[in-house]
Design a protein. Sequence first.
Length: 424
Amino acid sequence: MTGKKICIVGSGNWGSAIAKIVGGNAAQLAHFDPRVTMWVFEEDIGGRKLTEIINTQHENVKYLPGHKLPPNVVAVPDVVQAAADADILIFVVPHQFIGKICDQLKGHLKADAIGVSLIKGVDEGPKGLKLISEVIGERLGIPISVLMGANIANEVADEKFCETTIGSKNMAHGQLLKELMQTPNFRITVVQEVDTVEICGALKNIVAVGAGFCDGLGFGDNTKAAVIRLGLMEMIAFAKLFCSGSVSSATFLESCGVADLITTCYGGRNRKVAEAFARTGKSIEQLEKEMLNGQKLQGPLTARELHGILQHKGMVDKRLTRKSEVQRRKPIRAATGAGSRLRGRGYDASDVQGSTLVRSQILEGDNMPTAKQLADIGYKTFSTSMMLLTVYGGYLCSVRAYHYFQRRSSQRQAAEEQKTSGAL
């Protein structure tokens, strides 16, 4: 019996790290075809094609240098050719490119193929929020699972122990993917809350931007911990508002949730670049080129897309109740009947107690600018990358943290100058 054929769609840092795992497992497990194809966006590296280097040196010298890929992983520059006859497709490309790739693959896949998305982000569709797994599934007509977790690519490639989460509505598919990708150092849990698993992977990058601002402006671990906690609260609130399936707190305790949030806020590229942004004042685009070898950050783009989604839903300028009302556990109030719709879904103001919006002792409550005002500031401050997300006016850590920390930093500097002048 022929083993299942595998194609990895993408070959960046994370894609190459997964290729190392998948290639090793496919070579050892009889029910998988040992030959694993990996679609590589062709580039010239020192006068040689990247696919040629990977297929001869078995190393992605641009995106995962210093790590050997199994020789059964074959780099292919044509995505349709790479995916031909594949039974399992692993999607791991920047989320802004997935639509175009799906258009190329449409009509060229096996009817019974399945896919798994490792892509962290969302799509701003004409009807609002659309998860990347939904984009892939609708365009290609295949069932899609997701894999998200506390998985910094270089550490995974180094075979340092970590956990991850597969979300799959079909548990048989989830178990098959677990068998393909699990190793003694890459441990996988399978759950059925696909939407929640995926939204965690998208939103944590935005919180990490806020954590990076905190680091870049010189604030301590206590403040950063507050940013992370408040960000997690708003991730949960956002998931309850926008996920079509069930949303349980237990899923946020898996690797895809709190673990991924923590590791991204301390070791991820979004935090790293946001810190440099706060320290240097350089644009996000410039820092991507300098620090990421040309790879794109997902946090800024995801924040901007989510802001667009909230604009479409008419939620940008809406606010939650004030802190005093939340403490009395009154339901959320909003114009155009939104409050009653939320109550109908079992969503109560107590669910967001402690959100960044209602922590008035930190963020000045009703004196905060509206999302539209912050958007105007954001576009000017962040060039083309706006770190803005709102959940009924609850601005997820990034912009709020930046302006709060910037204000505190200015106050501190003014106090030091006054102290110095007084001493003179």
